[in-house]
Design a protein around this ligand. Structure first.
Ligand SMILES: [Zn+2]
Length: 236
């Protein structure tokens, strides 16, 4: 794997024991790779990621893995709030929903798979901690979005993709659904009603695990898939 170095000044020490046990995927959401990398290396912008992967598979390293990069912002997973402190962040070049969202090409996916496999060898990242930015910040973020192929990544041994053919019974109520979303790791309201924030969390779930339909609705298929992921995590 050929790595280009483009050091960013935007990083600091990981807190606590310094262990990185999460992998967070993003899209750049800008018109070009150069524009995105310039921003991720701009001291004024105060954002960064460990790696950037262009659509042709070109790989840049911006921040060493042992340092905390600044990619996730205000975010949460399984009750933890310092996602940057415990994660490796990878930016995939894609214009995103704002500038012409398009599929992630094979060369880019192949480079990501190779890089992620290396990262999983170096860090104790369980499958349930391979996440979208939208998973850890469902009220603010939509990246890498519904065109990202999580099933392909899981076939390569990276991340969680349950067998959706054999699903457990869906949650009987919104409260039970919120319990399952929380068990998966989402920072969800526990209101017992389908409020706007819960709809955002369900939309984030769909972008990851039911990309054919991300409208935030609690239809049978969505409830079944939430139950399936919660069950897979309970036994992982
Ligand atoms: Zn992002």
């Amino acid at each position: 794997m050929r790595m280009r170095e483009r050091p960013s000044p935007n990083h600091d020490a990981r807190p606590g024991d310094g262990v990185a046990d999460m992998l967070v995927l993003h899209y750049t959401g800008m018109r070009s790779a150069a524009e995105a990398i310039d921003r991720l290396c701009s001291a004024e912008a105060k954002v960064s990621a460990h790696y950037v992967i262009d659509e042709d598979g070109t790989l840049w390293r911006l921040v060493p893995e042992e340092r905390r990069a600044w990619h996730a912002g205000v975010s949460a997973w399984s009750g933890r709030r310092d996602i940057n402190g415990a994660s490796i962040g990878i930016e995939l070049v894609n214009p995103g929903h704002e500038f012409g969202y398009r599929p992630f090409p094979d060369a880019q996916m192949a480079a990501l798979e190779a890089l992620a496999r290396d990262i999983l060898r170096r860090h104790p990242v369980p499958a349930r901690h391979v996440l979208a930015h939208s998973d850890v910040a469902p009220q603010r973020k939509t990246d890498p979005g519904e065109l990202f192929d999580w099933a392909r990544l899981a076939r390569a041994g990276i991340g969680l993709w349950p067998d959706f053919a054999a699903v457990p019974p869906p949650a009987p109520s919104i409260a039970a659904l919120q319990d399952q979303l929380a068990a998966i790791g989402y920072d969800t309201p526990r209101s017992g009603v389908e409020d706007a924030q819960t709809t955002q969390v369900i939309t984030a779930f769909q972008r990851h695990f039911r990309p054919q339909c991300c409208d935030g609705s609690t239809d049978a298929e969505t409830r079944q898939r939430i139950a399936a992921v919660a069950a897979a995590i309970a036994t992982s």
